[in-house]
Design a protein around this ligand. Structure first.
Ligand code: HPA
Length: 291
């Protein structure tokens, strides 16, 4: 059985995505007394933040009803509920990707569960290729907007109004107030931070130089293989989003060198301290105080 088919079977055929999300939320709540205010999705090489949470409960994805198991190298594959600076968060240490063979709905199912847990804010972090030549390898970039070129959309199919509207607005996909908070905190930490537009492709191959020139022409500053499906689903449910990319490499054709996953992981590890410091500063302000 394929991983996708196994995940589907585990979710239980026939029951609605809404009922499945409720089930996952209830399961997660049965494992901890903490009630998270903010969800974090930590991508390639960026999962270290979850190791530093206090009063933490760690739940492997395979234990949670409906959650797919991450097969990507560098993705631990567990949900960590704990406190950061006194704020309760639910952190996905590693995510699943469309290129792993999961459907867009499977990829975004954890976000549905977070919605049913009553979470209203999410931070999505990813590793990305830098298209904007003003970026340096290792830079952190706040997402201002995205371009969905994945060829899929997690909202395709019957719409469940309990989640959100059939035609959700995407003009404010990334919260301007959260971006302002992150920008201010980065400056306080003397960290260089920029803003940019993220283009999502399905992957799993890295892009060709011609594809990168095309992406630059249409207004993309960053390129990656994740985040956009989760953001679409978050916005469908009215969850406010902060998106952060770590420029793990310059995109194809910019430098005279090839791109490999090891480099992506290494750069992620190199910016860990900065990334963790930024999250620690931003989270209490996003939560509007401690809980
Ligand atoms: N392209 C797509 N995804 C990526 C890249 C890239 O160059 N780097 C990290 N994730």
């Amino acid at each position: 059985m394929s991983a996708a088919a196994a995940a589907k079977k585990k979710r239980g055929a026939g029951s609605s995505e809404f009922a499945e999300a409720e089930r996952a939320a209830k399961f997660i709540f049965s494992k901890t007394k903490l009630r998270p205010k903010i969800a974090l999705v930590l991508g390639s090489g960026l999962g270290g933040f979850a190791d530093e949470l206090t009063e933490a409960t760690r739940i492997p994805y395979e234990k949670i009803p409906g959650f797919a198991k991450s097969t990507a190298v560098g993705h631990a594959g567990r949900l960590v509920i704990g406190k950061a600076e006194g704020v309760v968060v639910a952190a996905m240490q590693g995510r699943v990707h469309y290129y792993e063979g999961y459907s867009a709905k499977e990829v975004t199912f954890p976000m549905r569960a977070f919605g049913r847990m009553g979470i209203k804010s999410a931070i999505l972090a990813n590793a990305a290729g830098g298209i904007n030549t003003g970026y340096k390898q290792g830079a952190l970039v706040l997402l201002r907007d995205h371009i969905n070129l994945m060829g899929v959309n997690p909202l395709i199919g019957a719409n469940d109004e309990r989640f959100g509207p059939r035609f959700p607005d995407m003009s404010k996909a990334y919260s301007a107030p959260y971006r302002a908070i992150a920008g201010e905190e980065a400056r306080q930490l003397k960290m260089e931070i920029q803003e940019g537009v993220y283009a999502a492709l399905s992957g799993p191959n890295y892009e060709t130089p011609a594809e990168i020139r095309y992406l630059r022409t249409i207004g993309a500053d960053l390129v990656g293989m994740s985040t956009v499906p989760e953001v679409i689903v978050a916005r469908h449910m009215g969850i406010e989003v902060l998106g952060i990319s770590c420029v793990t490499n310059m995109a194809a054709g910019i430098l005279d060198q090839t791109i490999n996953h090891e480099e992506v992981m290494e750069t992620g590890a190199r910016v860990r301290t900065q990334f963790v410091a930024l999250l620690r500063a931003v989270i209490p302000r996003m939560a509007g105080g401690k809980n």
